[in-house]
Design a binder for this molecule. Sequence first.
Ligand code: ATP
Ligand code: MG
Length: 605
Amino acid sequence: MPDDDKSKAGKTRGDKPEGGKPEGGKPERGEPEGARPGGGRPKGEKPEVERATNFIRNFVDEDLENKRYSFVMTRFPPEPNGYLHIGHAKSVCLNFGLAGDYGGRCNMRFDDTNPVKEDVEYVESILNDVRWLGFDWQERLYYASDYFDRLYDCAEKLILSGDAYVCDLSPEEVRAYRGTLTEPGQDSPWRNRPAEESLDLFRRMKAGEFAEGEKFLRAKIDMASPNLNMRDPAIYRIKKASHHRTGDKWVIYPMYDYTHCISDAIEGVTHSICTLEFEDHRPLYDWVLEKLDWPEPRPRQIEFARLNLEYTLMSKRKLLELVKENRVRGWDDPRLPTLAALRRRGLTPASIRLFCERIGVAKKDSWIEMEWLDKAVRDDLNPSVKRAMAVVDPLKVVIENWPEGKVSLLSAPYFPDEPERMGYRDLPMTREIFIERDDFRLSPSPDFFRLAPGRTARLRWGGFVHCHEAVTDGSGAVVELRATHSEDPPPSGGGRKPAIIHWVSADKSVPATVRLYDRLFLTPKPTGDLDAELNPESLVERPSARLEPSLAESLPGQRFQFERLGYFIRDDGIDGGGEAGPKTVFNRIVTLKDGWARRSKDKGR
Ligand code: ATP
Ligand code: MG
């Protein structure tokens, strides 16, 4: 008997991914958070892109115009066998978004037909993730397992109408009879078994009289069909496993393809949107409802290209491998594409919705550049987060003309573009400060314009420092700079203006760990060879970072732009971060600009 099912769906499709450009329009700006009951786009959120161009919407418009349907009903149908990732988010946004735009509804439905792989733990996490994304299914939370009785009745009906039969072939025989892409299959010797006999056997399968693999129920369609899915596919198999919702009530379980179309039809779904690999399954979807004589209007299946995001992987199997082999720190490790990880990384739901909006939907597989996600995150956070200063890799500067013990409080706006919007904080200026080690070179190359011996740099909000000496240790490493401070710029003399660098007071700053995250893979289209492809620098921890004092008041989950470094979130995770931990931890959400291309070049990647 064949194994389930949709995980194997259409892996034969040969569509080549191409391009990296989204289908939607131009990136513009972020959108507010907040969910709207009734499904659909969260309240106040306008689609950024004029979406008339989306082919799914064209189908929907056509169906409404032709009066095939008088309303729009969609569903998001995860199988509770893993955590949701950003690819699922595309499907969530599409299904809920479409329903919302047409004043329709979107159901939440678990396709829980395989008791062996599924778990309540996943159900909870999936519901949590969809809610977090900002969508609301109201009271419409369903499970395919809710329909097991009806699915069973439908199967008896198909047997009686001569459209299904119980087959005794072993899994090996089934494979041998199936034929290939170029050769037709062969009829099963049980194909013409009388309906009464099949019905009796099917009832005895249900009663638990047979072992797994001994018999299965299959649709009677066409063993010579060029579409392998139509060669008498299995619709029920024996599985002596406890189901997370129906317990031990059943020992036979319906197959995914059979279940999905009937579940859609029961719920009155109008547009059953799924990924491209199900295109070849559509004839079966339609066949089942046709043979059951399901009343019109029946649901219409529409396929779109799944999201592939560069530098990451979304296969559940590969994600599991990364977690199991401890290549990452659990399912919510901020380097993963799971929604739990992206949430912990500090992405907002609005930024993910914006990303999904911009990439749009297409009928052809493609890879989307990671930069599109980063850009959506920046556009969302830019207008809404405070600016602050942090030094992740501190180098001490002693300002020799600054009196010992003198503290000047400088007032700096949290949002310099509109200083009054978010107010001001005090920045203490002291004799000893920290600057970023990377902002200094002992022997600067011609394209390095920041601090060096004999040079002046401007301290953000804090005047100018002129470096006249670099103190080195025995190994020649720079351990401290000696400088003088002035409020006024040096005489220009026609040279470059001093570069602006960030800084914090040495003794008034707050110690912290800062985690700098980067692409998980080095290759844009990873194949899953973890040893060769994983980026060894996907997480760089800076345990000696220093934060400006105002950040001591920050709360776990609060986001900031650290000037020149990127957007950060105070991490409230368990491993050393957050309030409970001994030390403040910040995660970098995203850099300020795309540094990957430049860094890859530097490293000869
Ligand atoms: P598998 O095939 O391993 O079971 P899946 O990723 O297809 O996993 P489902 O739980 O079946 O997981 O997915 C729920 C919905 O999300 C389906 O409608 C599926 O088509 C859609 N989906 C899954 N992955 C992507 C993706 N990368 N891009 C867009 N939609 C996706
Ligand atoms: Mg799937």
